[in-house]
Write a protein that binds this ligand. Sequence first.
Ligand code: F6R
Length: 605
Amino acid sequence: MCGIIGIASNKSVSTNIINSLKKLEYRGYDSAGLATIYNNEINEKKCSGRVEELEKILFKNPTDGNLGIGHVRWATHGVPNIINAHPHSSDVVSVVHNGIIENSNELKKELESKGLNFKSQTDTEVITILITEALKKMTPLNAVFQTLQKLKGSFALGIIFKSHRDIIIGARRGSPLAVGYSKEENYLGSDSYALKSMTNKISYLDDGDLCILSKDKVEFYDFEQKKINKKVYILSDDKNTAEKGDYKNFMAKEIFEQPTTIKTCVNEYVDNLKKDINIYNFPIEPKKINKIVLVGCGTAYHSCIVAKYWFEEITSLDVEIDIASEFRYRKVKFNINNLYIFVSQSGETADTAAALELCKKNNVKTCSIVNSVESTIARNSDWVLPIHAGPEIGVASTKAFLGQLVVLYILSLKLGKTRNDINQTTYSTSITNLEKLPDSLKECLKTENRIQVMAKEFLDAKGSMFLGRGLSFPIALEGALKLKELSYLHAEGYPAGEMKHGPLALIEEGLPVIVIAPKDKYFEKTISNMQEVIARGGKILFITDHKKELINENIRFGIRVPTIDKLLTPILLTIPIQLLAYHVALLKNCDIDKPRNLAKSVTVE
Ligand code: F6R
């Protein structure tokens, strides 16, 4: 993870570095730092914690300089303190790094045996020392090329030099890196989002690429040190802004804008006059697809599980799902007739990107379902289906999850229809039902007041459990993930039918158990599983779309969502579990948008 920025300009850069770092904080917020070249010296300022702290330091003690680099850290090697914060500088060079240098221990030992000293516990400092040593004999460009050859692992680097105060060198292997162009100013950044307020003209480095930028020129080289040209992309204007408006935090804003983002998404894909879905140019002719393989991480993986149920219900296709960090190391049997679908909000998740890369190496067709269409995953896949959710800033994914679900559902309908697995009537009715989603989501949001009261039930809890069957099982997993990441309360998500195979042992008097039970074919079975929990003292919080009054003295709390097409119900059931995690975290005074130890974009493995 970590975010990096570099600016070469004809005016002072520290304010713009700070502003960009604030945008990059979703990549890490353990520490922050910057370095500029001023008065022929490298000026470094660092702090542990947030960019706000760095800003305070700069306010008291401003740093000038027309060229500089900055960093926000998500700690991998070494605790998140000021010494381990980036940049890592010597007298002659300063480096910011995103990624992991896997052979840093060997390199460190080698350098220490030559009498060279290290200040930090980071893997990055070996890069600083290697370049410092190389600079004694060669130019900055050659020193960087020579150093890169010694590194194993992944990196995006931004490097400045005391002796060459007008250039920044950037290099990429594994971790994303972009270059932005403007008049008399050029930029280096982990992603286009960080650069967007300064420019809409962007190029992306590919693996092995290196760039040298000054205020009026950018040159690119490939890993063989040959000069190359890069395509320039013009970024689109985002209709959805990344401002939180009157909301307390981004997560609240993102939960409450879901009716709107889902409406936009449905409108992008559905032709409501023709009752058809505008998805064309499948990378494999739909009737020839043998199997769908869905891959993602975390919340995006939960979308894949929901989609498996949908594809199996709506199409005749065989479906496999996998967690990206497992998929990339398994001995997968690739098949050119399979369609490999990668789900990712950021489009930068290292494991998902590596799993996609593996598919490309095996010459199979890939599709990505992403929020960020300019991302690595989107650019590397054969076919992209955007979710149109607008920037998601809260670390816990909310509106992107619903967007992923809607696109996956739409894709399953289109495939079902094109393969003649469903008839025209089912297809048209399903599209009509889909169009009702935004209004039903608005209704769901009205459960907030009740959920606020329900959240109090978690204040003294030691843990909690989320149960569901069928399409509600992945929603139970998602509920548990949201609660633990936001409120730091232990939570497990389980298929209700599995309880008696072990987890029932966890149930004790007063343990909050969230039972997600819409009136579907599993309803009675889930109720039986719930009785087993009640018999052992579990405190039941019940979420359903069942119209009947929930009269049961054993149910502590009931939340009802509107009735809709059964296949779409998991989308509605997601709102109460998002609100629940949000309100428990709020009661516990947790940092909602930036939960501890996490980052929005997971660009390390
Ligand atoms: C949880 C959450 C994460 C992400 C995961 C994948 O709320 O947001 O589990 O879903 O890190 O990220 P993307 O979707 O960007 O690949």
